[in-house]
Design a binder for this molecule. Structure first.
Ligand code: SAH
Ligand code: SF4
Length: 442
C-alpha cells in the first residue's frame, strides 16, 4: 500500500512541476513514506532522517532548498515526537492527508523552519481529491479499501490508518478502466482488509469483493486480477465463488493466519479459530483446487507456550504455504498486547522464528521445484538485470525470468519453467506444442 500511496503522492505533486528523482542528493523535495507495523520499520525513519539532514544543509549552503517530508504511519503515530526529535523536517503528514500535499508544500515554502503537522483521518476526502492515477507499467496496484476496525491486539493499523473505509465501486471501476487504457494488464486490489470491502454501488446497494471482482473482470484488456491482504473472517461465499468463476483471478491468495493455537488467536483478537481457518481453506480449495496460499505469522506473542508454537507448526505442515512472511512479535506502543503479561524473551522468539522459517522455506522450495517442467502464463512486466532478460510473475506470484525479445514486455506469454532458483524461477519461451499441452490441461 505504501508503494501505491507513494505513486499517488507523485501524481498529486506533478501539477506543481515535481517529477520523481533517481536519488535524494540534489532533490528539491524528499518524502519518506514510512511503516509503523513493527519497531524495526519505525526505527529506520530516524536513521534515514539522519542521513538526509546533511543533504538538506548542503543544498541550503549552495543557495537552494530541500523540503523534507515524512509521510505514512510513523508520521501518523509519532508526528509530534518526530518534529521534536528532527526539527529540520518540514512536513509530517499522515496517510489520509496526501491530497493536501500541494497546500502543505506551499505552506512549507512560506514558513521555513516551522514544521507542519497534518494527521487528520477521513479517508473519503483523500480519495475524492486525489488526481487520476497514472500507470507505471503493465501491473498496477489499486487501493479499494483502507483502515481497519478489527483491532487485533498486536496491531497499530486501526490507530494509524483509521476506521475501515471502502471506496465506491464506480470509483474503483473508473480507476481500473483508466489504468487499462494506459496499458495495464494486471491489477492488484489493495486494502488492509481488502476482503472486508463493502463499497457503495450505483444500484443503491453495497458490493462485496466478490461482486467487485466480477465487474472488474468485464473490463476488456484486463487479463489478471489479484487482491491483498485478506482476513480469514471475511472470506464470504461470493468471494469463494469468484475464485471458481472469474478466470482472470489468479490462483494465489495471501491469507494471514498469524498462529495455529486457538488460545493465542483469541488473545490476538483474531476472531477465528485454527479450525475456522482450515475450513475456509477447504472451501476455497474445493472450488479452485490449484489455489496456492501465502500467509503471515507472528511468533512469540505474549503468553505463547511451546505447545502453542507447536500448534502453529502443525497447522503449517497441514495446510502447506508456498510463500510467507513471518515475524517475531514486536510490542507496539498503545496496543493492548504490548502491556500483556508473559512477554516472550527475545531468545525464545528467535529460536521459534528460525524453526518456523526452516519449515516454511522447505515448503516454498518444494513448491518451486515441483514447478520445473510446467508451462505457465507469465505477465512479463519488467526488464531483467541482464541484457535480453525480462521478468514477470507466475500465476502463483513467483518471480520468473526469461530470455525474451523486448517486444514481449507487457505481454502475457507461455513459459516453460526450467529451473527453480532460491528466489526465482528460470524459464524459456514455451514451444507451440507446450502451449497446446497447457490449453489441454486448462
Ligand atoms: N490485515 C492483515 C495484516 C496487516 S499487517 C491481517 O489481518 O492479516 C501485516 C502483518 O504484519 C500482519 O499480518 C502481521 O503478521 C504483522 N504484524 C502486525 N503487527 C505486528 C507486530 N506487532 N509484531 C509483529 N508482526 C506484526
Ligand atoms: Fe491489523 Fe489486520 Fe488485525 Fe486489522 S485485521 S488490526 S490490519 S492485523
Amino acid at each position: 500500500m505504501n508503494v501505491y500511496d507513494s505513486a499517488r503522492m507523485a501524481d498529486v505533486l506533478a501539477p506543481l512541476g515535481y517529477v520523481p528523482a533517481s536519488d535524494a542528493d540534489d532533490a528539491d523535495m524528499v518524502i519518506l513514506n514510512t511503516c509503523h507495523i513493527r519497531e524495526k520499520a519505525a526505527e529506520k525513519v530516524f536513521s534515514e532522517l539522519g542521513r538526509l539532514r546533511p543533504l538538506k544543509q548542503a543544498k541550503a549552503a549552495a543557495g537552494g532548498s530541500m523540503i523534507l517530508a515524512v509521510a505514512g504511519c510513523v508520521a501518523q503515530a509519532e508526528g509530534e515526537e518526530l518534529l521534536a526529535r528532527a526539527p529540520y523536517v518540514d512536513i509530517v503528514l499522515g496517510p489520509q492527508t496526501y491530497h493536501n500535499l500541494p497546500e502543505m508544500v506551499a505552506r512549507a515554502e512560506r514558513s521555513r523552519g516551522r514544521g507542519i503537522l497534518a494527521t487528520d483521518f477521513p479517508a473519503e476526502a483523500k480519495f475524492d481529491h486525489l488526481p487520476e492515477a497514472t500507470a507505471s507499467g503493465p501491473s498496477a496496484f489499486l487501493s479499494i479499501q483502507e483502515g481497519c476496525d478489527k483491532f487485533c491486539t498486536f496491531c497499530v493499523v486501526p490507530y494509524t490508518r483509521g476506521a475501515e473505509y471502502s471506496r465506491p465501486a464506480a470509483a474503483v471501476l473508473a480507476e481500473a478502466r483508466r489504468l487499462v487504457d494506459q496499458g495495464v494488464r494486471e491489477i492488484t486490489l489493495l486494502g488492509q482488509n481488502v476482503n472486508a470491502y463493502h463499497g457503495a454501488a450505483s444500484d443503491g446497494g453495497t458490493w462485496g469483493l466478490g461482486r467487485l471482482l466480477r465487474a472488474l473482470a468485464e473490463i476488456p484488456g484486463l487479463e489478471r486480477l489479484r487482491y491483498t491482504t485478506s482476513h480469514p473472517r471475511d472470506v464470504d461465499d461470493e468471494l469463494v465463488a469468484a475464485h471458481r468463476d472469474v478466470p482472470q483471478l489468479m490462483p494465489f491468495l495471501h491469507l494471514p493466519v498469524q498462529a495455529g493455537s486457538d488460545r493465542i488467536l483469541a488473545a490476538m483478537n483474531r476472531r477465528h479459530t485454527a479450525d475456522d481457518y482450515r475450513r475456509t481453506v477447504e472451501r476455497l480449495r474445493s472450488t479452485r483446487p490449484d489455489l496456492a496460499l501465502s500467509s503471515d505469522f507472528i511468533v512469540g506473542f505474549p503468553g505463547e507456550s511451546d505447545r502453542d508454537f507447536d500448534a502453529t507448526m502443525a497447522l503449517v505442515r497441514e495446510i502447506g504455504f508456498i510463500q510467507t512472511y513471518s515475524f517475531k512479535y514486536s510490542p507496539r506502543p498503545g496496543t493492548p498486547a504490548s502491556v500483556m503479561e508473559r512477554q516472550v524473551p527475545e531468545a525464545v522468539k528467535s529460536e521459534r522464528l528460525a524453526a518456523l522459517q526452516e519449515l516454511l522455506n522447505e515448503q516454498t522450495a518444494a513448491f518451486n521445484a515441483a514447478c520445473v517442467g510446467r508451462v505457465m502464463s507469465v505477465l512479463l512486466d519488467r526488464q531483467g538485470r541482464h541484457a535480453g532478460q525480462l521478468l514477470g510473475r507466475s500465476p502463483y506470484m513467483q518471480p520468473v525470468h526469461v530470455a525474451a525479445a523486448a517486444a514481449c514486455l507487457g505481454e502475457v506469454v507461455a513459459l516453460r519453467i526450467v529451473e527453480a532458483l532460491p528466489n526465482s524461477l528460470a524459464a524459456e519461451l514455451a514451444s507451440a506444442r507446450d502451449r497446446e499441452a497447457e490449453r489441454a490441461c486448462a
